[in-house]
Design a protein around this ligand. Structure first.
Ligand code: IMP
Ligand code: MG
Length: 171
């Protein structure tokens, strides 16, 4: 098994900075709540937060929909937010949007139950070809082809999250 690089470390770093700048510009320097979806998005969300100079609150939520490389098609809720985000500018931070199922579910959940002032989605990677749910992220780091990717938070059966770049497995 070989791991090929799809997006290198420096490339990710500069794109994350651009996204942070864009988010700050759009929020006029107002406080934003970054909600990272555990576990995959934590690596991206903390890097994004570190590139922002306006006030940032971090929170976490956990759902799961995947085992191995195939989506099970089901979402189960594992951990709820700990902050009150009512009337706040909220951004859900995701590692990758694939079918769009996870974010469609989470977006509705937060809108209906948590009453934010605004709700946006920021994803590092977007696998548009695989979309089954109509979902357009507000901020996208990179559009990628339909490959199973690992690294920078993304796992294959819990492994490879700690790779500093995005790669794919060549069998
Ligand atoms: P969706 O609900 O189908 O959009 O799936 C999103 C979730 O599936 C992501 O948060 C990832 O955890 C996982 N996922 C989708 N594609 C990949 C991949 O290529 N590598 C690793 N995880 C993936
Ligand atoms: Mg995930």
């Amino acid at each position: 098994m070989r791991i090929n690089t799809l997006i290198g470390e420096e490339n990710i770093k500069s794109r994350v900075k651009e996204l942070a700048d864009e988010i700050q510009k759009d929020s006029n320097g107002e406080e934003v709540v970054l909600i990272a979806i555990l576990k995959g998005s934590v690596f991206f969300a903390t890097e994004l937060a570190k590139q922002m100079s306006s006030p940032v609150i971090m929170d976490f939520i956990k759902v799961s929909s995947y085992s191995g490389t195939q989506s099970t098609g089901k979402i189960s809720f594992k951990l709820d937010l700990s902050e009150n985000v009512e009337n706040k500018n909220v951004i859900i931070v995701e590692d990758i949007v694939d079918t769009g199922r996870t974010l469609t579910y989470l977006k509705d959940y937060i809108l209906i139950n948590k009453h934010p002032k605004s709700l946006k989605i920021c994803t590092l990677l977007d696998k548009k070809e695989r979309r089954e749910f109509e979902l357009n992220p507000d901020y996208v780091g990179f559009d990628i082809p339909d490959k199973f990717v690992i690294g920078y938070g993304l796992d294959y059966d819990e492994k490879y999250r700690n790779l500093p770049y995005i790669g794919y497995i060549e069998q």
